[in-house]
Design a protein around this ligand. Sequence first.
Ligand SMILES: [Zn+2]
Length: 222
Amino acid sequence: MSSSLRLALFGPPGAGKGTQAQLLKEQLDVAHISSGDLFRFHVQQRTELGRVAAEYMNQGLLIPDTVSVGIILDKVMELGAEAGFILDGFPRTPEQAHILTETLAEKSRGLDKVLFISVPEEELVRRLGGRFICRQCQAPHTLSEAGADASSPCRQCGGELYQRDDDRAEAVQARIEVYHRQTAPVLDIYREQGLLAEIPGVGEIADINRLARAALELPTGD
Ligand SMILES: [Zn+2]
């Protein structure tokens, strides 16, 4: 039976949020509302909301919060009144969170829970910053395959391995810092509303999923 749980999911890059979103979507049998996919859909299909959003983007302007919340609300209202959902990648700012809270409350579709998957920064850097590429055949390698100084040859062609700028520890660290700086105030709002649950995103996927279900007060037995 599908759940009526209305959930928002947060987690820094590399936290395994996508994996847990997919598992919870299947276990709860609810819609997965990915804000990135929704925005692309509206812009590509040139819906009214998409045309408004595109106008701002074409001028290099930020899409107003009312428009981005409108895109999310449009999807939520498409679902039945009793249908649950997992909101993924939204809201990004405190302003969006406030408008979303008001707008969902008006439609009696308020969030039931907000789940944050937390991973220590050094672990995220290890996960995201451990990617090496072969100069000749472009095959990706992990840190353990490449060796600490990337001195091991490519396992496919014996070519030299290197690290792209985006994958370097400093770049990865900067991405994580931006995420935390933007997200912390949003999480504070949901903490004040008593909706926030935090779980550690370290360990086996199944164990993290069990912690997620426990935090959502769902049955955790398989
Ligand atoms: Zn190679």
